[in-house]
Design a protein. Structure first.
Length: 406
């Protein structure tokens, strides 16, 4: 079975107030070409299809148009599992219709764990792959809250609940394999923060549960899993040193902190006879995100080079603050006018400490994460450092309840 693993499309996302529909459409068109070129038989999308639980009509149009086109390719099976950004209700609403087209959607834990396990067939309609379609596991689905429990107790119960769920679902997969009398490989999905996972600044990853405490040990995943297709972290990476347990990462640079990173989708060749073989495919950059850091003369030179290249790019400028900030900032915006370069942010940076001293425009809430807003409220209230860890943890609990309210 030749599988394509991708995740974290975040359709409908924006950067500094700019929607990214043209990039998203270009990526989905490219993905169709990869499915055809590489003879992909199964497509796995491991969560965060949309950037919001209430996606725009344009984002929905991109999604359904892609599914319609993918159904006409050589790809026989499509599996979509929900992430923490997705609305389970919205994703699963057309489930019955999509399943008739071999498009399977798992938005949340079903009433019967058997409904998370699928048998995918080969071109001869013979069973070829067992799939454990595990979506983002919400707190309320895997843990019973208890009065007076500490943060550590909650964390332990959440981790135990995740491990128990994978054990149950993979046990069902093994029973299917025994019933069929074939040594079929088992593929499992997940949308979570695995222990040891890597993030970078400004990559758009939203904390799960109680901050970054929710890091799931690799021991939570049963040994019978031949390939683990993960979503949530936006950097492509191997989990726990096991090449068959991977994040595909997001196909787009989610922020300027990722401007030097390559993005991937993963082709997974999986069969009973051979070890799993994974081939990363680099995703083209449909628009460059560029971050320039330096003094005014250096930035003028770099801006000139970028404009001369003619390649479209969104730009964040980190201008070393040497006293001539406002006039230089206005000049940099003027230089880029009429070119393929669009300056989205200009920030003044203290050349000695590297800290931001001010931005050209007043920031909007859309540019800030909920965490950043809360931490600024703590700063504004002059909250002592010793109180912050507990307040931030309590805030994350409330935020998780709101985000998981679907």
């Amino acid at each position: 079975m030749r599988v394509l693993h991708t995740s974290d499309w975040h359709l409908g996302s924006s950067l500094a107030g700019k929607k990214r529909y043209d990039e998203e459409e270009a990526f989905l068109n490219w993905l169709i070409s990869i499915i055809d070129r590489e003879c992909i038989e199964t497509l796995i999308v491991a969560g965060d299809i949309f950037d919001s639980g209430t996606p725009s009509n344009r984002a929905l149009e991109l999604y359904y148009r892609f599914l319609g086109r993918a159904g006409k390719t050589c790809c026989r099976h499509i599996l979509i599992t929900a992430g923490n950004h997705d609305s389970p209700t919205l994703l699963t609403a057309p489930q019955e219709l999509l399943s008739a087209l071999d498009i399977h959607v798992v938005g949340s834990i079903p009433l019967a764990a058997e409904d998370e396990v699928f048998i995918f067939t080969n071109i001869d309609n013979e069973p070829d792959l067992v799939v454990c379609a595990v979506p983002f596991l919400r707190d309320r689905d895997i843990r019973t809250a208890e009065a007076g429990e500490s943060i550590e107790e909650k964390r332990c119960r959440l981790l135990a609940g995740i491990g128990n769920h994978y054990t149950q679902v993979c046990g069902i997969a093994e029973l299917h394999r025994e019933r069929l009398g074939k040594n079929l490989p088992i593929l499992a999905t997940g949308h979570l923060f695995a222990a040891g996972g890597c993030t970078v600044a400004d990559d758009g990853v939203r904390d799960l549960a109680v901050g970054n405490l929710m890091q799931v040990s690799t021991s939570a995943f049963p040994a019978c899993i031949d390939y683990l297709a993960l979503g949530h972290l936006h950097q492509p990476q191997i989990v726990g040193g096991e090449p068959s347990r991977r994040y595909s990462g997001s196909p787009f640079m989610m922020g300027f902190g990722e401007s030097d990173r390559c993005k991937e989708v993963l082709i997974v060749d999986i069969s009973p006879e051979m070890p799993v073989y994974v081939t990363p495919v680099i995703v083209p950059r449909f628009r460059d995100l560029v971050q320039i850091h330096g003094d005014a003369n250096y930035i003028r030179d770099k801006l000139g080079e970028l404009i001369f290249s003619g390649r479209p790019a969104w730009l964040e400028i980190l201008l070393e603050d040497t006293g001539a900030g406002p006039s230089v900032r206005d000049e940099l915006y003027r230089i880029a006018e009429g070119s393929a370069i669009e300056v989205l942010k200009v920030k003044l940076i203290d050349p000695d400490t590297g800290t931001i001293t001010s931005s050209h425009d007043q920031e909007s809430l859309e540019e800030l994460s909920p965490d950043e807003v809360f931490k600024r409220c703590l700063d504004e209230a002059n909250e002592p450092e010793e109180n912050r860890e507990e307040l931030i943890a309590a805030y994350h609990e409330v935020l998780a309840e709101i985000q998981e309210g679907d």
